[in-house]
Design a protein around this ligand. Sequence first.
Ligand code: PMP
Length: 393
Amino acid sequence: MMPGSVVYLDNNATTALAPEALDAMLPYLSGLYANPSSAYGPAATAKKGVAEARAAVAALLGCSPAEIVFTSGATESNHAAILGALSAASGKRHLITSQVEHPSVLLMCRHLERLGMEVSYLPVDSEGRLDLATLPSAIRPDTALISLLWANNETGAIFPIPEAAAIARSRGVLFHTDATQAMGKIPMDLRQVPVDLLSCSAHKIHGPKGVGALYVRKGLTLPPLFHGHQERGRRGGTENVPAIVGFGVAARLHDELEREMRRLAALRDRLERGILAFMPCAQVHAQDTPRLPNTSNIGFATLDGEELLHRLEQAGVLASAGAACAAGGHEPSHVLTAMGLSKTSVLASLRFSLGRYSRAEDVDHLLRVLPSILLKLMDVPEIIARETLSCAH
Ligand code: PMP
């Protein structure tokens, strides 16, 4: 629960800062303010804080600390990967990505297209699945980079990244994955997966906002986005030490991943079962594809999702219509649209995303308040028995 007894079911938008991360950050926001690049004693403490965080983030990803470059978040990491790959592969002007990427990738691709680059957007099917067979034929001699989401922020659908990265490797093309939603939610071992570049962000794993990382495989050197001597020349700018320390502590909290995955999947199933029991015509998107244990994207027939969201908030539940970044724009989700849903179905869909502090009581609160909200929106008198609720309404 959030302060004020609000049930927070929007953990894919952002997560609560873990108290452990906050405690670790506080000294660096006060007395330990030295610049880690300075030569005196207190700077060594800051430098050590950054080094420990680097080791913790690397451990969660299954890579070596030297392969981690701290950034301001996944948006920056995505941009550094895409622009870095393009400027390293001089003359190559083609990128491959998918139709369902995060806007930080898609909008950069649109920008690059305006500058004369070419981008292939791989489609997904109605379950949000990527057909790997479409990848080899999309690769061209001038392909500089393949960039694919590991897990989708809106539906939780997981792409077959190990297999896609292996195809890229066999064709000699650099491979980047935006793993912002996958990190800390599914096991990851970059020693076993041939990705060259990976983006992640602290605030999706109960760390602070404004800090993330770009994994750069050992041996790969890309021109940086920000030039400077920090991060071994790979990302200039004085390190955000408190945030980096908080990121490290948050990463360490995910050591019992398998157990947490089971817990979250059970909560998610309880949520979905409860909703489907009341509204059998509700549709769980990406249900038949591997997906994150914490994410449930549900279509409520033809109801107005914005209105549903608003009423849920009045009843103390915070969820999301599509991605937080797109919220307010009233644009139907590009992810659900790419899955072939009609505009009405897209606009009737809400995302519920669970996190470390989600409890059965939170789901039960949602299931308690939702039925009467749905009945009101459908204009069905409450007096009608539950059993009669069908999609005809
Ligand atoms: N990629 C994905 C898949 C995301 O979910 C997000 C956050 N919504 C981002 C990138 C951007 O992350 P950040 O907020 O750290 O820039």
